[in-house]
Design a protein around this ligand. Structure first.
Ligand SMILES: [Zn+2]
Length: 136
């Protein structure tokens, strides 16, 4: 799909440049043909033809360069978008993992140990009962 669009734009572009170059060549040849009859007009035609040929040829190259650099930019943007998308997914996964960690931590902190002497609920990590001081 992408490639067929490219071919279409090439088809539309190329004939106009070739046409301009052909007109340039025509002027150049006409200038040469009438050069000894009227040198002033002949030289004018030759120069005009040359300018047309060189100008349209370099314009054609410039347009092609522009399109190539635009394609390169588009490709870079596509890659950048893919990279960003991947980073986004990674960031989401990390966020989810952090959320899970938080939940696990919260659940763990709510786990309490009942003292076997007085029945008080103590922190899981506590060594001694906070009420009676008995070892847990
Ligand atoms: Zn106790």
């Amino acid at each position: 799909m992408y490639e067929s669009q490219e071919i279409d734009s090439d088809d539309a572009r190329e004939p106009s440049w070739i046409g301009l170059i052909a007109v340039g060549i025509l002027f150049f040849l006409m200038g040469i043909a009438i050069l000894h009859e009227s040198p002033g007009v002949g030289l004018g035609f030759v120069f005009f033809g040359l300018i047309l040929i060189i100008g349209s040829n370099s314009a054609r190259k410039w347009v092609i360069d522009q399109e190539e650099s635009m394609e390169a930019d588009a490709q870079w943007e596509e890659e950048e978008a893919a990279r960003t998308w991947q980073q986004d997914i990674q960031a989401r996964q990390e966020l989810k993992q952090r959320e899970i960690d938080e939940i696990v931590k919260a659940v763990k902190s709510t786990i309490r140990v009942r003292c076997r002497y007085c029945g008080t609920l103590n922190e899981e990590t506590a060594n001694k009962c906070e009420s009676c001081g008995g070892s847990l």
